[in-house]
Design a protein around this ligand. Structure first.
Ligand code: XIL
Length: 328
């Protein structure tokens, strides 16, 4: 009998998975058994919830919520303000020109409050702002329409609107390459500024799209300690462990080699050893998917290249990594 992942981790943190309308059917049993927190992979993004101004389409998000309610799962909200998967209308007026700061802030507020009020009390944490920090170079923030039109304080505003809409939800800043030293310091200084200005932020989300070689355990540890030093909670929000290194663009690998699998198992083992050490600050760990039959990495960074980044295989059976993760 395979033990339940989330039950094995009850003393540490929530164990979540990103799901979508297809996987809550095709992976239903697996999801119910192993995960106690669910994130919508795409269905709560701006383009999904408000494809046109004032037209809110909640059907798929509602279906996820009702699935979660039926099976007693918590839900993480993802995501309110992001440069991707946000429709052009948000930044454009009727003449096709850019809107002004005031209009964009109104639209941001309307979106955040409509969405968060609808799901008030049903979503324990929200990724309020996603991926705003630049990966390299001198600028703290990446260029985006949010930043260009509103200014750098678009982040403060998003958190303020979110806190007004659902004062009980914990509010997160979420990003990738979060353990890279250069980006880590930018994320740190951004969130430190928010805390110092009294902006209602409660946590930092580490996406944790990791692979066989990167990031190093030391870099992950330093990132966790640095972020935790701000007195914020930490969530691992989108974990997966690619069997390819960062620069490996091969497309001819049809099954992972034994070496890849062994390395992945070893990485998962050390990652969770480390995460357990920090279970006082890490309150939730979410995988970006449940089993290897469906992963966004099949189309990223190389379209159509299969990957095997999760704890369960294509037949929903536990991999060696699973046994390491629960074998504390
Ligand atoms: C990805 C989804 O998994 C894909 O289905 C979609 O096509 C693109 O977005 N960082 C994030 C997530 O914050 O929202 C992204 O999800 C993966 C990277």
């Amino acid at each position: 009998e395979v033990p339940s992942l989330y039950k094995e981790y009850e003393d540490y943190f929530l164990m979540g998975a990103a799901v979508n309308p297809l996987t809550i059917k095709s992976q239903k049993e697996l999801i119910i058994k192993h995960f106690n927190s669910l994130t919508a992979e795409n269905e709560m993004k701006f383009e999904s919830l408000q494809p046109e101004e004032g037209t809110f389409t909640f059907d798929q998000a509602d279906q996820l919520l009702s699935f979660a309610n039926d099976y007693g799962k918590k839900v993480r909200g993802h995501t309110l303000v992001w440069h991707n998967q946000t429709p052009d209308w948000v930044f454009t007026n009727k003449n096709g020109n850019s809107v002004d700061r005031y209009t964009l802030l109104e639209r941001m507020k309307t979106h955040i409050s409509t969405v968060m009020e609808r799901y008030k009390g049903q979503i324990y944490s929200w990724d309020v702002v996603n991926e705003a920090v630049s990966d390299s170079g001198a600028n703290l923030l990446r260029d985006s329409k949010w930043k260009d039109i509103v200014g750098e304080d678009f982040i403060d505003k998003a958190f303020e609107y979110a806190h007004l809409a659902d004062p009980n939800a914990s509010l997160f800043y979420n990003d990738y390459n979060e353990s890279n030293p250069e980006k880590r310091e930018k994320i740190y200084s951004l969130t430190k500024g928010l805390v110092e200005r009294g902006v209602p932020i409660h946590g930092i989300g580490l996406q944790a799209h990791w692979n066989l070689y990167s990031p190093t355990l030391d870099h992950i540890r330093t990132a966790i300690e640095r972020y935790a030093s701000l007195g914020l909670q930490i969530h691992i929000t989108e974990m997966d462990v690619s069997v390819f290194g960062s620069d490996d663009k091969r497309t001819d690998v049809k099954v992972p080699t034994e070496e890849m699998v062994a390395k992945q198992t070893d990485r998962y083992n050390s990652f969770f050893e480390l995460l357990r050490e920090y279970s006082d600050v890490i309150t939730s760990v979410t995988f970006w998917g449940a089993a290897d039959d469906y992963t966004w990495l099949d189309n990223f960074p190389v379209r159509g290249r299969k990957n095997w980044p999760l704890l369960f295989n294509e037949h929903h059976q536990p991999k060696g990594s699973f046994w390491k993760v629960i074998n504390r």
